[in-house]
Write a protein that binds this ligand. Structure first.
Ligand code: PGA
Length: 253
């Protein structure tokens, strides 16, 4: 069975002090609930990572970066490598978020290389895929998501593919308040699992955590997470408040 994961994506929010405070609040809230079968992850901005890792120590909170550069080092002004992320103690890296694709021009080649860079450092990629509104409206969502996954992940060996967490995030649902219905999420997650199974076999497909992302909140998480192929969520807005985020983490119970 796939691991259950709830990962928060803070995006460009929270100063270092605000981030430390949020991790402290999360630790306190999580101490009151049973999180033994859910992996909890937060993804602060780069400059907050080091403090977030220190603050999270000894708690169920794992720390992720929101992006990475594909090269190990060199003349890439403003960029951060997987090796650097490892050196501050993060365990996860979000890769290919739709905002990176749309606003920063990340393409399939970059994303495939970022996945490799992260796996090489022994970190876990949280790989994002998802269709835009027009693609959903024209019924092409499976083709689009299948295309992303095959061009950005299917170069991996079965062993390395087994290290990847997939986040399905329909772009039309991100930050819009529109959520995929639980059935739409389930249909896509089942499609992804079948697609992975055709390439890597059933065992690896069943072990792959497939998270849903897009306007997930405490009020809709339980229904979405109850679906067979939904193994958790990648949470933006609702991960910025400890109470809401914990409400989503405990939606499995
Ligand atoms: P949202 O963002 O929960 O605010 O819609 C999700 C994401 O972008 O990961």
């Amino acid at each position: 069975m796939a691991r259950k994961i709830v990962a928060g994506n803070w995006k460009m929010n929270k100063t270092v002090n605000e981030g430390v405070q949020l991790v402290e609040e999360l630790k306190n809230e999580l101490a009151k609930v049973d999180t033994s079968d859910v992996t909890v992850v937060v993804s602060p901005p780069y400059v907050n990572l080091s403090e977030a890792v220190k603050t999270a120590q000894g708690s169920p909170v794992n720390v992720s970066a929101q992006n990475v550069h594909q090269e190990e080092s060199g003349a890439y002004t403003g960029e951060i490598s997987a090796q650097m992320l490892k050196s501050v103690g993060v365990g996860y890296v979000i890769i290919g978020h739709s905002e990176r694709r749309e606003y920063f021009g990340e393409n399939a080649t970059d994303i495939a290389k970022k996945v490799d860079a992260v796996i090489t450092q022994g970190l876990t990629p949280i790989y994002c895929c998802g269709e835009v509104k027009e693609e959903r409206e024209s019924g092409n969502q499976n083709e689009v998501v299948g295309g992303q996954i095959s061009s950005e992940l299917f170069h991996l060996s079965p062993e390395d593919f087994g290290k990847v967490v997939i986040a399905y995030e329909p772009v039309w649902a991100i930050g819009t308040g529109l959520t995929a219905s639980p059935d739409q999420a389930q249909d896509m997650h089942a499609f992804i699992r079948d697609f992975v199974s055709e390439k890597y076999g059933q065992e690896i497909a069943e072990e792959t955590s497939i998270l849903y992302g897009g306007s997930c909140k405490p009020s809709n998480a339980a229904e979405i997470f109850s679906k067979k192929d939904v193994d958790g969520g990648l949470i933006g807005g609702a991960s910025l408040k400890a109470e809401d985020f914990v409400g989503i983490i405990t939606a499995f119970n």
